[in-house]
Each structure stands twice: as C-alpha cells, then as structure tokens.
Design a protein around this ligand. Structure first.
Ligand code: MRU
Length: 346
C-alpha cells in the first residue's frame, strides 16, 4: 500500500486532490481543485511544492482548464486557454518542471482531434505523473549505488514523495539506500524559513519507518566535522546546461561546507529538471517570497515590525561544487556542459 506521501497528488473522478503541505505534520488535510485557477493558487500558496510535484499538478491543471474552456467554446478552447496557461506558468518562477509540464501538455493539446479534449489530456497528465515516479525510482537506485555501507547523510528541504509525483528524488535515493541497509543515519536540516525539513522531510521519513535526526541549519558544518558525513543529498528546481543547480536557499552553503569537509555533494533530479535553454545559474530567476515567512510564525511575531527582510527562497550552487548529478538516465560525475549535453542526447 502506497504511503500517504506517495498519494499527495491524486486525480479523483473529476478533480485534483492535493495533500495540503501547509498543515503537515499536525493535520492531514486535502485541497480539492475543480478549476485550473484553484491549482494556480495551490502552487502559489505552497499547498503543493517541490519542482516535480508542481509540474505534475500543472499537468492536471491543464486538464481542468481545457474542460472549462471547451464547455464555453468547443471551437476555440485552445486559444482561450492562453490566459490560464500563462497564470499557471507564473505561479512560481524557479522550478523548470512547471514550464516543462505545460509545454508537454501543449504538444498534446495541439494533437487532439475534434470533440472533448478532456479524456486525451487526462491520459497525458496521468502518464507524465507515472513517468515522474518511474524516474524517481530509477534515479533512487542510481544514487544509492554511490553510497558505501554505513553512510551518514544529510538532506535539505524536502525532496521526497511530497515534492514529486511519488517516491522522491533526494529521499528516493535515501529510501533506496535504506532498503539496502546502507544507511547508518539520516540527518535533515530544518530548512528555514518554511521548515520543509522539520515539517515535511521528518514526517515523510518517519511514515516510511526511516529514523531521522533533525538539526538546525546552522549545525550543518559541525555535523560534517564531528559525524563523518559521507554525502549531502539534495534535489533541484532547475539545473542549467553547465551543471549549476538552483535549489532551496541554503543548498549553496551546504555545498561549500561539504567541499571543506570532504563530503560528497549529490544532486538528485529527473532530467525534466534540466533546462538546456539556460546556460548557467546566473540566468535562473530566483523567487523571493513574503517577508512574513521570516518575521512571523503563523500569527506569532518573531521580529520587530520595522526590521527589513530579504527572503530569496532558492540559491545557485556552482557546478564545480557538485560531486554527482543523479538522474533516471544515470549518474553524471562532476557535471559540466559537455557531460550534460551527452546525457540529454541519449
Ligand atoms: O520552495 P519549495 O519547497 O518548493 O522548494 C523545494 C526545493 O527546493 C526542492 O529541493 C526541489 O524542488 C526539489 S524537489 C524533488
């Protein structure tokens, strides 16, 4: 039986049902979307988050948008979807999987014949969803093969089943290595300011009976120094052609620390996260979110009202700090443009 985290995105009868990640771990709530605009809001407000999960949800949103527009104008539904697809693409800017999924669904839209496009588009969205899970299982196995027995690992943010169509990327590697009894300890950092590590990764690993130890973000360097950390394992929101990686804020700091402490730095991501249109990390838009993510926790104020705030929620890790980029197509050691182009050609 699939875990709850593996069913965080579900199509049920005529609607998209999303596990509300804002409420975890205290409450298990679901948000039901019957309109594309509701999926846009769910992505923007972090009901669903994580690059591949955003992409999968967007694919289902295209189904909802097509249904709405076809009902109003059966002859003109594709053109009428432009506005829906634009607001979907803009819901969050950094994860490439969002535009990747929309582009894939646009291809299917262009190929639908006359009549209701709903069934064909739903089939395409389900396929994209299943392919993401398969990719994660494959990359999980590739990543696990890099770990020695008794590995101590640290992960950042939540790159698990919750953040994908299922199984997870960084947590897919950890799940796979744990099943092979290779892992001695998993550390998760809290991942300020949204606490994806504390709230989501800890919850998800424990659902799978994988013991986890939380640390605050600033304990990472001490952990590396004192506990012989073998690997930092993270996901990605966008990987540039040269191997630079956009991921949750704090990833870059971990990569610098890993280099200092001779730990490996593994980026686990499906090839749908690689953006060949972007030559390096400097071209990637970094999302900035509300200052309230730092100044308050729920309704409780944490900072003086006058304090200024800068809240970029992703950063860029230069390719030179990445030991291995792990995809469903295989592992790219010390990624660079040449190796990434070769991987994507296969
Ligand atoms: O802001 P979030 O929670 O959407 O950020 C998520 C991350 O940074 C993940 O590491 C990334 O999307 C990969 S998820 C498999």
């Amino acid at each position: 039986m699939a875990s709850l985290a593996d069913q965080a995105i579900r199509w049920q009868e005529d609607r998209l049902v999303l596990l509300d990640q804002r409420a975890l771990p205290n409450k298990v709530l679901f948000v039901e979307c019957t309109q594309a605009s509701e999926v846009v809001a769910a992505i923007r407000d972090m009901v669903v988050r994580g690059a591949p999960a955003i992409g999968v949800s967007a694919a289902y949103a295209v189904v909802l948008a097509a249904r709405e527009q076809y009902a109003v104008a059966p002859e003109d539904w594709i053109r009428r979807m432009d506005t829906d697809l634009q607001s979907l693409a803009q819901a969050r800017p950094t994860a490439v999987n969002l535009e990747w999924a929309i582009a894939r669904m646009r291809d299917v839209m262009a190929r639908t014949g006359p009549g209701d496009p709903g069934p064909v588009l739903l089939q395409a969205a389900c396929k994209l969803h299943q392919e993401d899970v398969q990719a994660n299982r494959a990359l999980g196995a590739h990543g696990a093969s890099l770990l020695e027995d008794g590995a101590v690992v640290l992960t950042h943010c939540n790159a698990g089943a919750l953040a994908t169509g299922g199984y997870g990327t960084a947590l897919g590697v950890i799940r796979s290595a744990h099943a092979q009894h290779k892992i001695k300890a998993v550390y998760a950092d809290e991942t300020r300011p949204w606490f994806q590590g504390t709230r989501l990764t800890a919850w998800e690993l424990l659902q799978d009976n994988i013991p986890v130890t939380l640390i605050c973000d600033s304990a990472a360097a001490s952990l590396m120094r004192q506990r012989q950390l073998a690997w930092v394992i993270v996901g990605a929101d966008r990987v540039a052609r040269n191997g630079d990686v956009a991921n949750k804020i704090g990833t870059y700091a971990l990569a610098v620390m890993a280099r200092q402490h001779d730990a490996g730095f593994m980026v686990a991501a499906p090839t749908s996260t690689i953006d060949l249109k972007v030559s390096s990390g400097t071209e990637i838009e970094i999302e900035e979110r509300s200052q309230q993510e730092l100044t308050q926790y729920h309704e409780v104020a944490l900072a003086p009202a006058e304090a200024g705030v800068w809240n970029p929620v992703f950063d860029i890790t230069p390719a030179g700090l990445v030991t291995a980029l792990v995809t469903e197509k295989g592992v790219v050691h010390a990624p660079c443009e040449e190796k990434i182009m070769a991987l994507m050609k296969d």
